[in-house]
Each structure stands twice: as C-alpha cells, then as structure tokens.
Ligand binder design. Structure first.
Ligand SMILES: [Zn+2]
Length: 445
C-alpha cells in the first residue's frame, strides 16, 4: 500500500521521504521479526562495538563526546543492581521488547546476588561495573580509595559471573562524580567512563509517570543518546514499558553496545560521530572541547603583570592590605603614584602635565608663609612711612637707619637687624615695635 503510494509520488520531491519511511518500516519489521511473540516490540536495531582506549570518556551530561549514534538511536543503561525484586522485572520487560541494555552493577550487590549478575549476562545484556560500595561522594574520596572502589567492584562482578570472564570495561561513577584523577586512573586501566546523555530522575521521589515524561522529553530534546535509569527503582520498573512503547511509536531505535576485543574489532566510526551534534554548516558547535592539562616544562616563571595592575589611577592608594601573620602590614600597592604610560617607539618623550593639586600648599606651610608676608608688608609699610617722614623733615635718606641698601658698616646687631630683616629674614615682633617707635619718633621730628 505504502509502496504503491510512493510509486505514485516517485516523480515528486517527496520521494526521499518515501524512501526513509520504507527504510524505517523495514527496520521495525526486522526488529519485530527478531522478537518472536512480541510484534509490537521495539527490538534492538543494531549492536555497536566500541574501543574504550580510543574513547575513554563519553556522555554529554559531562563530556564533549558520546556514543557514535545516529539520529533517533537510544542506548538503555541501568545502574545500581542487581536487586532481584526489581532487576528481574526490568529484565523481563526488556526481554518482552527484545531490547538490549548495559547494566552498571554494584560490587556489593553482586556479592549479595551473584545469580542476578548471571541473569543479566545470560539475557544478552552488557555487564559493566559501578564501584564496590557506591560511595555517594566519590569526588571527595582520596584517589587511592576511589581506585580501590573501582577495582573491587570489577573483582566482585567478575567473581559473580563465575565463568572466568570479566565484565565489560565500562565504568559509571556513582552520582557521575568523576574527578580528573579517577578518569586518568580509569583510562590507565583501559576502562571507559560512561556518563549519560539524559537521566529520567527515577532515583528521586517522583511518580512513574514523571519518569516516563522526563525520559521522552529529554530524549526528544537531544534526538538520540544514552538514557540513564536504575533497575533497583520501582518507578523505573513501572515507567519502562511505556517508555519503550513510546520510543517505538516515535521512530526511535535501540542500540546495544559491547566492548571491542581482539576477536571483535570496534565498529568503524569517524571522529565527528562521537559528538552529539557534529558541527555542520547548519548546526553550530554547542560545546568547546575540554581544556587539556599542560605539563609546564622549563624553569618556573612569574606571571607577566597586566598593565592595568600598574596603573595608579585605578588602584586604591594608601589602602592597607589585611594584616597577615604577626606584626607585618602589607600594602596591596606601593603608596606612591607610578606613571606607567608607555611611549611608542620613535616618539619624543614628554613629561606628563602636572596636576594642579601638586601646586597646592599644605595648610601649616600656608600659615607660616602668610605670617612672613604679613611681617614683610608691615616692614615695607614702616620703611615707607619712615622715608616719607624723613623727606618731609628734609633729611637725606642715607641718614635713615631704615634704608636697606645702605647698612652702616659699624652698626651693631641691634641697629642692623631691621635693615637685614627688611631684605631677607622675617622680623621679630619686638623689632617691628621698635620700628614703630622709630616711625613715631621720625614723625615727631
Ligand atoms: Zn548509582
């Protein structure tokens, strides 16, 4: 029916749409065909083989890279099992949909329920690990403790498998709280640290309907990716059938992930396939690459100070830094202005224009100068009066003791002081008074 419709539309631009539709239907038919007795099952569309050493960290909740999925491909993951009460139900639901998933098992849970580990393996799912004791604050643990948690978790699951095989070298850190040290350790062990692309909050106190809603909504927002669920949570058990049915209705496909082995080479991929949204002409890069850690070689060097650090106009002059240690006060900046204007090469050097404030006279000096000038003014006035009086009296100026330019060579200190004071030094008040007497005397003459 659809083929005939597409045949009618062969000459139309919708041809590509018809081809896509047929391909999708064919894939779903293949999935259903691979799930006998469950015609509505979503199935597992394909299996990809990944090399942990080539891609040691994945999952866009934390990292730039994620699994090399095509649009509308989903990878199911379940954490914290096995816990028979709920994990067995999850396995039954997945079996009913022929959907393959990856289980990140806790070592302590594996010790308590080794049969549950084997059930996961025997159902064809990927068995991975999730530390030994699931420490909540893994990022706060000493690195040695974290290493111990990871290695013990692998050992416990390996023991539970009981067939001499090891779990997949896929590791999920509890709470996704990986540190650089943990990631480096995992990489050194050939482990691939799995974050996720979207959770469904099934570990929170929310309804199963809310888990379903979040799973679908967040998947639609990214278009593909790794879904994080917990097989120890009853709300995950309740939500999972609806999630799988809705995924099929919306045209999503389940992808199973297994690790590369010497006998099973990794699925060939291009580097950009490991990005959630590979850059293209129409899709901008949404995330910058993680900044690599540089090993500094050579002698240590002090950082080059910024020019703004040297600009006195922007610094708080005279502001004292907080007291550090005992008895030592440190200034955050030198208390003197530092002119840092750099002259361009080849230009004439020019001194900065001095600020008007530089010419201001401090208040105390101003008082002294004012007193001096007042004395000088009084002396000049007295001398002028004396000379005028002398003129009026018909006496020549040379006879006046107040003539500054002609001090008598033989005059004693008492007689000399007024003249010299009139030229150079401020006069004492007593001498001014004597001049006053002299003026009065001269005036009487
Ligand atoms: Zn967990």
């Amino acid at each position: 029916m659809i083929a005939s419709v597409c045949g009618e539309l062969r000459r139309h631009p919708w041809t590509a749409l018809c081809v896509g539709l047929l391909t999708s239907i064919a894939a779903q038919s293949a999935s259903a065909a691979g799930c006998p007795g469950h015609p509505d099952a979503i199935g597992t569309s394909r299996t990809i083989v990944v090399d942990p050493r080539a891609h040691p960290i994945i999952g866009t909740m934390q990292y730039a890279k994620t699994l090399p999925l095509a649009d509308r491909e989903v990878v199911l993951t379940f954490d914290d099992g096995p816990l028979p009460k709920y994990s067995d139900q999850i396995l039954d639901i997945l079996a009913a949909h022929c959907a393959k998933a990856t289980f990140f098992l806790v070592g302590r849970q594996a010790n308590d329920n080794p049969e549950g580990v084997r059930k996961v393996r025997d159902a064809g799912h990927t068995v991975a690990t999730h530390t030994q004791n699931h420490p909540a604050g893994m990022h706060r643990l000493p690195l040695d403790r974290s290493k111990q948690e990871i290695e013990q978790g692998i050992a416990s699951v390996t023991a539970a498998l009981a067939d001499g095989t090891a779990p997949a070298p896929f590791l999920r850190i509890p709470g996704l709280r990986a540190t650089d040290g943990i990631e480096e350790f995992a990489a050194s062990k050939g482990l691939q640290v799995w974050s996720a692309d979207f959770p469904a909050d099934d570990w929170r106190n929310v309804s199963a309907a809310r888990v379903y809603e979040l799973a679908i909504k967040r998947l639609e927002a990214k278009g593909k990716g790794i879904l994080l669920l917990h097989d120890i949570q009853p709300r995950a058990v309740a939500a999972l059938p609806g999630i799988l049915q809705e995924l099929k209705v919306r045209g999503y496909r389940i992808v199973h992930v297994v690790p590369a082995t010497p006998d099973r080479p990794a699925t060939p991929t291009e580097p950009q396939q490991w990005l959630l949204h590979p850059p293209s002409e129409t899709v901008a890069i949404s995330r910058w690459p993680k900044i690599p850690k540089f090993a500094v070689a050579g002698p240590p060097a002090l950082p080059v100070p910024a020019l703004s650090d040297l600009d006195w106009r922007t610094s708080g002059l005279g502001v004292r830094a907080p007291r550090r240690g005992r008895g030592v006060l440190l200034r955050s900046v030198a208390p003197w202005p530092r002119q840092t204007t750099l002259m361009p090469t080849g230009t004439l050097a020019a001194l900065p224009v001095p600020a008007a404030s530089l010419f201001k006279i401090p208040e105390s000096a101003r008082m002294t100068l004012l007193a001096s000038s007042a004395n000088r003014a009084a002396t000049a006035q007295a001398r002028s009066t004396e000379v005028s009086a002398a003129k009026l009296a018909g006496k020549p100026r040379r006879n006046g003791r107040a003539v500054a330019t002609e001090p008598p060579a033989s005059a004693g200190p008492a007689a000399q002081a007024p003249e010299s004071a009139g030229v150079a030094a401020p006069k004492p008040a007593a001498q001014t008074k004597r001049n006053g007497r002299s003026v009065r005397v001269a005036g009487k003459r």
